[in-house]
Design a protein around this ligand. Structure first.
Ligand code: NAD
Length: 724
């Protein structure tokens, strides 16, 4: 077996060892992860030609495809190249070329084996699918997936065609349509992987497997599928049912806004029963169409923003300290969630509260979340128990003394937070960073009276912590680089997307959401129905309508947030009468079982028609039908205009930060590419004149932001003016 690494030599590197086993090793000397860009694909084609000759002359009896990296197999195709394609014919051609190259691998006359250790995604998975066998290491880093759908395209180097043929229709659709990643065990369960071997012995085991196949020994059979699965996957009526159900689910999940999953269904449907070559042709044609779509370009834009966020803060990163011990003040909804997440990532956590019941509540919350992960097979019970053991709690400050960072998540009151922070400062090491999870209070005000205000910055998680990907990192005027960089790095370690903001009211997301939610109230005051308002947002692609969102957040919480934004930012945020009236009714929204909607057992059960009467004079007695376009325009322009002000004030540095934060923090529809990118497609001059028209009708809340006026005059867009 070749023990010498191919690092620095040709990538991929092909050699045949003394036992006649061929090794095709991917090890890109210039990248941390292997990807398949054009030059590498060309060299792969050459290597496969050599392998074909060696197989033909009998000097190679099996071929192993592997990676020389310790962290990953092959992470996919080159996204930059995909993004650059503007012509469908070019996209189709690129797909055909990849298919031809992988076809050489499939056509080899000797057994071919993909040895997968670490991340195997997209083109990497398609490469593996072109082999006869796939072996996976048992490392927790091993994960196999086809994320193309998340970039608005489909696996078009044979993946859409080969996967259903290998694992059956239903299992294939699950992977293709979700864009998810499977750990080795799950991949084996569906038949995507043949064997799992221990990481320590991986190369030896893989070689032994290859030698056995070369000797003609039959492998262990693949798991037998259940009768029902076979009936559904293998008969025309069964397939029709599966495809119909899958389509229905796609439509429900995407509202039809995303063409890629529908195309995948189409290719699988038409190609599934056709000869492989026909299916590959359909795949390539679909790739050509999808790759040039605006949805794909927008999704790739967001992918790039995410990747950039993961890269860190550049020169500032050096200042970050690693957090191994975390303290959490306040074991409530947020504190419990933060503790669970940190423990899940292997960090030792100490929670502190002022009440025993709260501590046990926080621990219970964390345990419930681990329990769910076990039920969903994300974790084994033993692993969950080990993670849970990392969390402890109590009422004393002393046990925080060894912490590297403290997240403060006590009640949202400045007086309480100030006292708590001062007490904490006395209990912790001098270099301990303190991160406040406040959603609305000023970090600067909070730091007054602290001995080491430079150690304080904001770390604003969103609720529920384990689900919401955004963390706003709030830099107060006295926060040190070390505080900001440490919190940013911790957020990344927790798997979140951090966006740095300055210490302005509402930071970014809540500030931009404020006028949007408020406008929903104004629309009701103008007679619009709850259904009409929420439908306009849903049809635009928001995950839920604004009124449903008010219920979700809690009417008390959003009313409080609305008031503080109003106080801080002025009359354009004067709360709309229906929202004020609703808060006065004492309804709490989802958590109380009633708001704009009714909730039964925590599930939404339709609009509560009695709410109109409860809002009394704040809404007209009769509903009237407002044009959906008008509703949508008012909701969106309210957000865009506020985001423009925030950008102008330097709350975030770039238009892309607004977009990333709104997508990750509110579910702003990714296929639109982000709020500012969407606004740029309207063009600033049109945006300005629409705002002016609305100002004429509705008053100052639509007064164009000075930035919109300036950019319209210069005929520039947000991205142009606030790019990198
Ligand atoms: N709930 C949300 O949706 C959400 C979202 C983002 C941020 N936040 C912020 O997170 C913070 C906590 O919110 P929550 O929803 O978890 O509140 P919560 O009421 O569920 O929990 C607050 C906890 O703090 C404890 N506490 C009060 N005084 C304390 C003290 N002196 N020392 C230690 N513990 C103390 C309380 O006993 C309680 O257990 C607030 O600043 C809030 O604005 C909340």
């Amino acid at each position: 077996m070749p023990t010498t690494q191919s690092r620095g030599s040709t990538n991929p590197f092909f050699e045949v060892d003394e036992d006649g086993i061929g090794w095709l090793t991917f090890d890109d000397p210039n990248r941390k992860l292997n990807i398949l860009d054009e030059p590498i694909m060309r060299r792969l084609a050459d290597a496969l030609d050599s392998a074909t000759s060696r197989a033909a002359d009998g000097s190679m009896t099996a071929l192993i495809v592997r990676s020389g990296k310790d962290r990953g197999f092959v992470a996919g195709a080159d996204v930059t190249a995909i993004e650059a394609v503007e012509d469908p014919a070019e996209g189709e051609q690129a797909s055909r070329l990849g298919q031809e190259i992988f076809g050489k691998l499939e056509a080899l006359s000797v057994p071919t084996i993909a040895a997968i250790h670490g991340l195997c995604l997209g083109g990497g998975t398609e490469l593996a699918l072109s082999c006869d066998y796939r072996l996976a290491s048992d490392s927790p880093t091993t994960a196999i997936g086809l994320p193309e759908v998340m970039l608005g395209i489909l696996p078009a180097w044979g993946g859409t065609t080969r996967l259903p043929r290998l694992v059956g229709l239903q299992a294939a659709l699950d992977l293709l349509l979700s864009g998810g990643r499977y750990r080795a065990r799950k991949a084996k369960r569906i038949g995507l992987v043949d064997e799992i071997f221990p990481q320590e012995l991986f190369n030896e085991k893989v070689k032994a497997f290859a030698a056995d196949r070369a000797d003609g020994k039959p492998p262990q059979g693949r798991p037998a599928r259940k009768l029902l699965t076979r009936l559904l996957d293998g008969t025309p009526p069964g397939r029709a049912v599966v495809l119909r159900m899958a389509r229905k689910q796609v439509m429900k999940r995407t509202g039809g806004h995303y063409p890629a999953p529908l195309k995948i269904l189409d290719v699988v449907k038409r190609g599934g029963q056709a000869p492989q070559a026909v299916s590959l042709g359909l795949e390539a044609a679909a790739a050509g169409e999808l790759i040039v779509s605006s949805v794909s370009k927008n999704l790739i834009h967001i992918f790039n923003l995410n990747e950039a966020a993961k890269k860190g803060l550049g020169p500032l990163d050096g200042a970050a300290t690693s957090v191994r011990r975390l303290g959490v003040l306040g074991a409530g909804v947020m504190g419990g969630g933060i503790a669970q997440l940190a423990a899940y990532k292997g960090i030792v956590v100490r929670m502190k509260d002022i009440r025993h019941e709260a501590v046990s509540g926080g621990l219970r919350h964390a345990r419930d979340l681990f329990e769910k992960a076990v039920q969903r097979r994300r974790l084994r019970r033993r692993e969950a128990d080990q993670h849970m053991e990392l969390i402890s709690g109590g009422l004393d400050y002393e046990s925080l003394s060894g912490c590297d960072l403290i997240v403060e998540a006590v009640v949202e009151r400045m007086d309480v937070k100030r006292i708590v922070l001062r007490e904490t400062e006395d209990a912790v090491r001098a270099d301990c960073i303190i991160a406040s999870n406040t959603s609305s209070l000023s970090i600067d005000e909070m730091s007054e009276g602290l001995k080491r205000p430079e150690n304080l910055a904001g770390m604003h998680f969103f609720n529920p912590v384990h689900k919401m990907p955004l963390v706003e990192v709030i830099r107060g005027s006295r926060s040190s680089d070390r505080a900001v960089a440490t919190i940013y790095a911790l957020a990344l370690e927790l798997g979140k997307v951090p966006v740095v903001t300055t210490d302005r009211p509402g930071f970014l997301v809540n500030r931009v959401l404020g006028p949007y939610l408020n406008e929903a109230g104004h629309l009701m005051a103008d007679g619009a129905s709850i259904e009409d308002v929420d439908r306009a947002a849903l049809e635009f692609g928001m995950p839920m309508g604004p009124l449903r969102l008010v219920d979700e957040v809690g009417i008390d919480v959003s009313s409080h947030a609305g008031e503080s934004l109003h106080k801080a930012l002025g009359d354009r945020l004067d709360p709309s009468a229906p929202l004020v009236a609703l808060a006065d009714t004492g309804r709490l929204g989802k958590k109380g079982g009633a708001g704009f909607y009714r909730y039964e057992n925590g599930k939404e059960a339709g609009v509560d028609q009695s709410v109109y009467a409860a809002l009394k004079s704040a809404v007209p007695s009769e509903r009237r039908t407002l044009d959906q376009k008008e509703i949508r325009g008012r909701l969106l322009l309210a957000m865009i205009n506020e985001a423009a002000r925030a950008l102008d004030e330097g709350v975030v540095a770039r238009a892309a930060d607004v977009d990333l934060a709104m997508i990750m923090g509110t579910g702003f529809p990714p296929f639109r590419g982000g709020l500012m990118r969407f606004a740029d497609t309207i063009h600033l001059r049109t945006l300005l004149s629409r705002l002016q028209e609305m100002e004429d009708v509705h008053g100052q809340r639509f007064t164009p932001a000075p930035l919109v006026e300036r950019l319209a005059a210069e005929d520039r867009g947000f991205y142009d003016a606030f790019g990198d």
